[in-house]
Design a protein around this ligand. Structure first.
Ligand SMILES: NC(=O)c1ccc[n+]([C@@H]2O[C@H](COP(=O)([O-])OP(=O)(O)OC[C@H]3O[C@@H](n4cnc5c(N)ncnc54)[C@H](O)[C@@H]3O)[C@@H](O)[C@H]2O)c1
Length: 334
């Protein structure tokens, strides 16, 4: 099969290696031609240090590589997904399968990434999402990893499963693309909050409390927006939450740690030096929760700290002092 991965960040690069390992004729495209040339020549991407790219992988800055592709993977950062969708549109046909692997919610529209791609490409082809607990750094060195291929059309989800699955990359299918995409976008806010928690000097108990109760909030909102509750307990939900909230690979968590130590959100993002998608997702989640009338105290506090300059030290007493609750009777997720 002919596969093209659009986006030569760490994740696009790691996924293009997976597709190459699986024997597909694979091209990695970068929006920056100079970068494409450099990666093609050195066979290494500075965004995925230490991984020597397979000889069979083509790297280019020329979109003509999309002609005749059976599988197109969009691995742009979420702010650039619409722009990338518009660029790829002329090359897609009704037999192309497009896979979104970006984790975010579009600012202003609050759309999921597969919805953005469908709009930007004029709905010409089927769109799936691939998501789960997967650091590019670990997939890049072929450590056992699991993800979910989601599409309302199960046959398309299976097509993507077949394309990616191998002995180190295990893929499950799901028809709940709404839930899978929402999990991927929303967990970044929890990772930021867990980072703040670390930065404030709290330890394991607090983080477990924060992760579990955040998951209850995300599930409640996700169900309101059409996701399936069980997805939130699966790989794209709890799985991704665990990997993002406990690892230093997560730039969202790293930014949170800096905020917890006293930096402003802007200063922390500058220091991390890469797009902190949880910062933007916090605003979208806040707007969606308000619109849907879903109570999300942890995500609301994160929004107030990130966008309204609220003093983080005032958050813990508020959250710990909330009205008494019954865990099973008053929690959607459990
Ligand atoms: N890194 C991971 O482990 C991982 C895992 C799963 C999902 N994701 C998701 O994949 C997406 C990409 O993340 P990443 O970690 O590969 O990013 P990255 O930070 O490693 O790289 C970002 C890439 O985007 C490119 N870029 C910048 N502006 C652009 C534009 N206007 N148009 C197109 N490309 C542009 C940059 O050149 C760079 O190659 C994100 O949505 C992320 O949430 C990442």
């Amino acid at each position: 099969m002919k596969a093209v991965v659009l986006g030569s960040g760490g994740w696009g690069t790691a996924l293009s290696q997976v597709l190459c390992d699986n024997g597909h004729e694979t091209t990695l495209w970068s929006h920056d031609p100079a970068k494409a040339e450099q990666v093609a020549k050195t066979r290494e991407n500075p965004l995925l240090k230490g991984v020597r790219l397979p000889d069979a992988l083509r790297v280019t800055g020329d979109l003509a590589c999309l002609a005749g592709a059976d599988l197109v993977v969009c691995a742009s950062p979420s702010f650039a997904v619409r722009e990338t969708g518009r660029k790829m549109a002329p090359y897609l046909t009704e037999r192309t399968v497009l896979v979104s692997v970006s984790k975010g919610i579009e600012r202003d529209t609050n759309l999921r990434m597969s919805q953005v791609l469908t709009q930007a490409t004029g709905g010409v082809c089927r769109v799936a999402a691939l998501s789960g607990p997967s650091h590019a750094e670990e997939v890049g060195i072929r450590l056992p990893t699991g993800c979910v291929s989601a599409c309302q059309d199960r046959e398309t989800a299976r097509f993507v499963q077949d394309a990616f699955m191998n002995d180190y990359f295990r893929i499950y299918t799901s028809d709940d693309i709404v839930g899978v995409e929402l999990c991927g976008a929303m967990k970044n806010v929890v990772a930021l909050s867990c980072g703040i928690c670390d930065g404030l000097g709290f330890q394991d108990n607090t983080k477990a409390l924060l992760m579990t109760r955040s998951m209850a909030e995300l599930t409640a909102l996700g169900e309101h927006l059409g996701g399936t509750r069980r997805t939130f307990g699966g790989l794209a939900g709890m799985g991704d939450l665990i990997v993002t909230c406990t690892s230093m690979h997560s730039r969202n968590r790293r930014a949170g740690i800096l905020i917890g130590k006293g930096m402003t959100a802007r200063e922390a993002m500058e220091e991390v030096g890469a797009v902190v998608e949880g910062y933007y997702a916090a605003e979208s989640i806040h707007q969606l929760a308000e619109k849907e009338g879903v109570e999300m105290p942890i995500c609301r506090c994160a929004y107030e700290v990130l966008y309204q300059g609220r003093d983080i030290r005032s958050v813990t007493p508020e959250l710990m002092g909330r009205a008494k609750k019954d865990e099973l009777l008053e929690t959607t997720w459990l």
